[in-house]
Design a binder for this molecule. Structure first.
Ligand code: ZN
Length: 380
């Protein structure tokens, strides 16, 4: 009883003296500010507006920076996840996931080098062919013609087509490639991120587009996800070929990424060429192996095709690329046309930047791949 009385007495004594609540205290603190604001209304409004402006500028900047960073990291992680799912790399278990700003910085990002180190591939002239088929030129669906860069004057000068392979993965260097003066041919990998936007940008800069179709190589290089492999069934080959052909549009045709094993595999190449035929697209046989049956199969099946003559950057030095460009000039003078393939490497981009402005003066013409196709087959 006593304790109860005590407690209530205590409470009664305290209540009149209870310290003001938080809200009340704030109100007391803010009172001079309100008084000042009432006395200097316009200054208060100006000060408030200024404060709001400063906060929004810095806040906006901070938020934008957070978003951009998040975006880049997510893009890099997405690509890595895709590759893990398709078994393109061997994920290390239980390691904390580091953050990378650029795709190329990912440690498990495969290096898409097509050359065997120390084994540069020779420049190849064309062997005489039987009379080129006219069926392809007359076939109804000619997507390659619809998407070709306009090019006149096939006759007066030797043509050189420069094809840049592996475009779309290393985005800064890919952009540098299509910022070169054209017409060049940009061959995009189907698993590049934002493929359609990138391809559109390259086309807008006056370059022809190609699909860079991943195929199985000999040896241990990784062709990337969804490559065409000799072990796949016909249905799987059709499915993968069509998925790649659907990955973007506006291209004249496709060339093989790697593929030294697959392009030598006739049944597989026939399946692939059947899809090309029905789509009306052309094939550029990169000739990553001398055993490739790509061009021959294409010809037999009425798919318009050309072949690669020079690899520009198997040896990745400025001197070597310059030498290869000179070889491409020589092939073009001998045959009337030449196809040279390079990659978005620093040395290749630099050598091309020096060489491209000199082409006209040498009596040669820089041409899109479709122009070489027309010239090779004697088509208008
Ligand atoms: Zn490639």
């Amino acid at each position: 009883m006593a304790s109860r009385k005590n407690r209530s007495g205590k409470a009664n004594r305290r209540s009149p003296k209870a310290p003001p609540g938080l809200f009340e205290r704030l109100r007391l603190r803010a009172e001079p500010l309100f008084a000042w604001a009432a006395a200097h209304r316009w200054s208060a409004i100006a000060a408030g507006a200024l404060l709001l402006f400063i906060v929004s500028v810095f806040g906006g900047y901070w938020i934008a920076e957070r978003f951009e960073l998040g975006d880049r990291n997510r893009a890099a992680r997405d690509t890595l996840d895709d590759m893990k799912r398709s078994g393109a790399s061997t994920p290390r278990e239980r390691e904390p996931e580091p953050k990378y700003a650029r795709l190329e910085d990912l440690p498990e990002f495969p290096k898409y080098s097509e050359a065997e180190p120390g084994k540069p591939r020779a420049t190849l002239d064309e062997k005489p062919r039987p009379k080129p088929p006219q069926v392809a030129a007359a076939s109804a669906e000619q997507t390659w013609r619809r998407n070709a860069l306009p090019f006149r004057d096939l006759g007066s000068r030797p043509l050189i087509a420069i094809v840049i392979d592996d475009v779309g993965l290393d985005r800064p260097r890919s952009r540098r490639a299509w910022e070169l003066p054209g017409p060049l041919t940009m061959s995009f990998l189907p698993y590049a991120k934002d493929l359609r936007d990138q391809a559109k940008a390259a086309r807008a800069r006056g370059h022809e587009l190609m699909l860079h179709l991943p195929m199985e190589p000999n040896g241990r290089n990784d062709p990337g996800p969804n490559a065409l492999l000799v072990s796949l069934t016909d249905a799987e080959l059709r499915q993968r070929t069509n998925a790649a052909l659907d990955s973007f549009d506006g291209y004249v045709g496709a060339n093989n990424h790697m593929g030294s094993r697959f392009t030598a595999f006739r049944p597989g190449m026939e399946t692939v060429m059947r899809q090309f035929k029905s789509r009306g697209v052309m094939f550029l046989d990169s000739r990553t192996t001398a055993q490739s049956v790509g061009d021959q199969t294409a010809q037999e099946m009425g798919v318009p095709s050309i072949v690669r003559h020079v690899f520009l950057d198997d040896e990745e030095t400025l001197e070597a690329v310059r030498r290869k460009l000179a070889e491409a000039e020589a092939v073009a003078r001998r045959q009337g046309f030449a196809v040279a393939i390079g990659h978005p490497h620093d040395v290749t981009l630099q050598a091309l930047a020096e060489w491209l402005p000199t082409v006209q003066g040498k009596g040669l013409a820089l041409a899109p791949s479709s122009a070489v196709l027309r010239k090779r087959n004697g088509w208008e």
